[in-house]
Design a binder for this molecule. Structure first.
Ligand code: FA5
Length: 336
């Protein structure tokens, strides 16, 4: 019995198996217990001898099991350590770094440039009334120029603003006739437009200056300074005569398109120039509606397209790239 038991215990590989042998050899119904039970049938002088042998066998089996348990437990721990070692030479998991959207980068840059010229930032609502979007800007009902901007109407009187110009009217009204007034107003605007350079939702930055003795020269100088700060010293601007009901005279302002080196390309058409904003001298009717006296003060205003400036700055030829949610566009602007 002893030699079979020791043999079996030696060969055991798993702790659970060992438990089974413990029951088999030493348990209440085990083989050794059976032998001890049978001692009653032995001659009295044989009992102590057999009893002693049986006890020794029991002890040896117990010791063998204990030793084997210790060995197997140690092996378990070793296996576990082996499995769980960390290979410190493997490259770590890289955390993705977020990036600002190019439109946010450019909007902040525009804000910085004008703040350094002493402008204050004001905001206005995206859902506007007909009054501020049109009427206060010298566009009475049925004025033909309302068709210049295809409007999303919510009701007859409420609409999604088609430009940031209503903030001009709101600010003049609020500040009464305070001068000098120097504000910019960035924000989202909406029009029924949709092609490679026109999006139904886009961003403008409105600018408005009111003071004594303001001239068209001040407007051009301001815009030229802005263009140079934004695109570099060599940048040129050109004013084309245009029409807006809320300015007189009015101009559309182009900047030279360095993407196509003045020769024309998909972004800047054949001319080599791209229109980035509308501007002009504030119309006397608008000054009056805002509580100013046009005989005493003048003003200039402009509204620039943030997408156009962004496209030019980063060489993006389709405006939809800015809104399709493709992270590859944004990731190019990640720092670090
Ligand atoms: C206006 O919106 C006038 N409110 C600008 C203005 C302000 C004139 C103050 C005078 C005084 P216009 O519709 O041209 O003007 O738009 C201004 C600029 O917005 C354009 O030069 C262009 O850069 C940009 N823009 C216009 N429509 C879109 C569009 N659908 N998608 C992207 N950019 C556009």
């Amino acid at each position: 019995l002893l030699s079979t038991a020791l043999e079996k215990i030696k060969g055991v590989q798993r702790i659970e198996e060992l438990e089974q042998y413990k029951v088999k050899f030493l348990g209440k119904k085990g083989e050794l217990t059976g032998i001890l039970r049978g001692m009653g049938s032995l001659a009295p002088e044989e009992r102590p001898i057999i009893g002693q042998i049986a006890n020794e066998v029991k002890e040896q089996i117990q010791r063998a099991i204990e030793e084997k348990t210790a060995i197997l437990e140690e092996k378990l721990i070793e296996d576990k350590l082996q499995r769980e070692t960390i290979d410190i030479s493997l490259p770590g998991l890289k955390r993705e770094v977020g990036a600002l959207h190019p439109l946010t980068i450019v909007r902040r840059e525009i804000e910085q440039i004008f703040m350094s010229m002493g402008y204050e930032i004001v905001e206005g609502p995206e859902i506007e009334t007909d009054y501020y979007n049109f009427e206060a800007l010298n566009l009475p009902p049925n004025h033909p120029a309302r068709d210049m901007q295809d409007t999303f109407y919510i009701t007859d009187n409420i609409l999604l603003r088609t430009h940031t110009s209503p903030v001009q009217a709101r600010t003049m009204e609020k500040r009464a006739d305070a001068i000098p007034l120097k504000i910019i107003s960035p924000g989202r605007v909406f029009r029924k437009d949709d092609d490679a350079t026109h999006s139904p939702m886009f961003h403008q930055v409105e600018g408005l200056v009111i003071d004594k003795n303001i001239t068209l020269g001040d407007l051009k100088g301001t815009l030229l300074l802005f263009a140079k700060e934004m695109f570099g010293e060599k940048q040129k601007v050109r004013l084309r005569p245009s029409y807006f009901p809320f300015t007189e005279p009015s101009a559309e302002v182009d900047i030279s398109c360095f993407l196509c080196e003045g020769k024309g390309c998909s972004l800047c058409s054949q001319t080599g120039w791209i229109e980035i904003l509308g501007a002009g001298m504030v119309h006397p009717n608008v000054l009056r509606a805002g509580g100013y006296n046009p005989d005493e003060v003048q003003g200039f205003a402009f509204g620039m397209g943030v997408e156009r400036i962004t496209m030019l700055k980063y060489g993006i030829s389709d405006i939809r790239e800015l809104f399709n949610g493709d992270l590859r566009v944004v990731k190019q602007f990640a720092r670090g």
